[in-house]
Design a protein. Structure first.
Length: 113
């Protein structure tokens, strides 16, 4: 790059004179388009509606599953008084084993940086 003479104008004026027009044209051609507020509001509204619908479906599935499990447990209790506590103990032991397998080995995890 050429050295500018000692009697030249200050740096900003020198820059504007030589590159100002080219940079303004570049900025005008490459400005990112900003979305309108209405588009963002529509996106948020659609996301909220989808999330609400998903949560209602999950709640319905939870209630149907819990009703089925409760009905099955009541049927077993009605059919066999000895089998009910045995089944409860097996289910509790299985839950404890699954929880220990899933969450038991987390004590040794260190952050990776």
């Amino acid at each position: 790059m050429k050295k500018k003479p000692s009697n030249s104008p200050d740096d900003q004026q020198w820059f504007d004179e030589r590159l100002g027009d080219a940079i303004r044209r570049f900025d005008e051609n490459h400005l990112p388009e900003t979305a309108e507020l209405q588009a963002f509001e529509q996106l948020v509204l659609a996301h909220k509606q989808g999330l609400k619908k998903k949560l209602w479906k999950e709640l319905l599935l939870f209630w149907l599953t819990s009703c089925f499990i409760f009905g099955s447990m009541m049927w077993v209790l009605e059919q066999n008084w000895v089998g009910f506590p045995v089944m409860q103990a097996v289910i509790a032991a299985g839950g404890i084993i699954i929880a220990l397998m899933k969450f038991g080995n987390r004590t040794g995890i260190k952050w990776k940086s």
